[in-house]
Design a binder for this molecule. Sequence first.
Ligand code: SAM
Length: 246
Amino acid sequence: MRIDILTLFPQMFDGFLSCSIIGRARERDIVDVRLHDIRAYTHDKHHIVDEYPYGGGAGMVLKPEPIFEAVEAVKEELGLSSVPTVLLSPQGRLLNHEIARQLAHCQHLILICGHYEGIDERVAEHLATDEISIGDYLLSGGEVAAMVVVDCVVRLLPGVLGSETSLVEDSHTYGLLEYPQYTRPAIYRGWSVPSVLLSGNHGEIAQWRRQQSLLRTIKRRPDLIEKAALSDEDKRLLSEAFEIKS
Ligand code: SAM
């Protein structure tokens, strides 16, 4: 997969792109991430990328020309007339696991990071094919949002994570939150790891984990459990848990 990111601050991505899972995915050529400085696509002496908003108001708005030209240059280099082009925006659809999964199927992806008061609306109307928000809060710029998108998409690419099972059981992958995880020591400051995890009985461990995952999701994210397709076994595990508690 190739991801092209348009930003005013390419240097913000340095650490992110060179470490951990993303760094390794790049080293192994699973993903090719290219950064494009929007300022490089200006033609005036002062490389102006923003202007006052028409109609007045506070702040500056990113001009459309360098952004259109940067996207067109990427498409030309790829030899493609259309490439999925995502504008990071607090007004976009909310990012979730399903959207990440869909983006992970794209061979090419362009991400546009806004800044200041935002971007001239013609970019959203005539250039971007999608607008994505990473949550109902305001960031100063789209760079952190672009990193979130790259991270959750790249970890879904085949061969990026060591163990494919960790993908299957992770929170949100199958519509529920993951069960609690423990590691050594078995007792820490008097707090013990649940005995079932030390039992070596894989059937019981799997059942306990599924039950914990269901309980945790009901308690913390009831909105998710309403959408999850629960099996008869899930319902049995839940009623068993509630019986034990009451
Ligand atoms: N004035 C804009 C508004 O009210 O919708 C907000 C501009 S924001 C300060 C600057 C840039 O940060 C946006 O253009 C966008 O690229 C990015 N941004 C801010 N919050 C975001 C969010 N929740 N998700 C994705 N991108 C965001």
